[in-house]
Design a protein around this ligand. Structure first.
Ligand SMILES: O=C(O)CCCC[C@@H]1SC[C@@H]2NC(=O)N[C@@H]21
Length: 151
């Protein structure tokens, strides 16, 4: 196996990678979180030399600008592809940099880690948002007069 194909991370994001024999990666990335909507192009590289017992190193980048939205940010992941007897994983560290003025440049880059597997997440979008805290409490129903302030 190699890194080509579909991958899902712990946030519920989905990426699809196509590889070439010279170490090139192209594909698409759909993030389940952040200021993003729909698929974005990804481009990367992987190390083509393989060694028994070792992983494959790779890196890829997404600029969060597509025909639907522009977050004015870029994420680059660097990490390792491992295939433990068919249990495939990519462990990657990412840097997300968002546009900023020079004064605020000190806070423009966030670092984090993602683990990608071949496992399609079972959570639906609403459950994901609730887990990630991106949905607020439901508003009072307009017909529920007990919740309205009295004058
Ligand atoms: O909010 C943005 O500026 C664009 C979306 C960023 C999504 C980040 S990239 C690292 C982490 N892994 C994901 O799958 N999504 C978030």
């Amino acid at each position: 196996m190699n890194v080509a194909g579909d991958w899902y991370n712990e946030l519920g994001s989905h990426m699809r990678m196509t590889t070439d024999p010279l170490g090139g990666i192209i594909g698409t990335y759909v993030s389940a979180t952040g200021h993003s909507a729909g698929p974005y192009a990804l481009v990367g590289r992987y190390e083509t030399t393989t060694r028994p017992g070792y992983g494959t190193v790779l890196g890829w980048t997404v600029a969060w600008h597509n025909d639907r939205s522009d977050a004015e940010s870029v994420t680059s992941w660097n990490g390792m592809y491992l295939d433990d007897g068919g249990d495939e994983r990519i462990y990657a560290t990412w840097l997300l940099t968002t546009v900023a003025t020079e004064t605020n440049a000190w806070e423009c880059t966030t670092v984090g880690q993602d683990t990608f597997t071949r496992q399609v997440p079972e959570l639906d979008q609403a459950a994901l948002h609730i887990r990630l805290g991106t949905l607020s409490e439901p508003a009072d129903h307009p017909a529920d007069t007990t919740a309205m302030p009295t004058r």
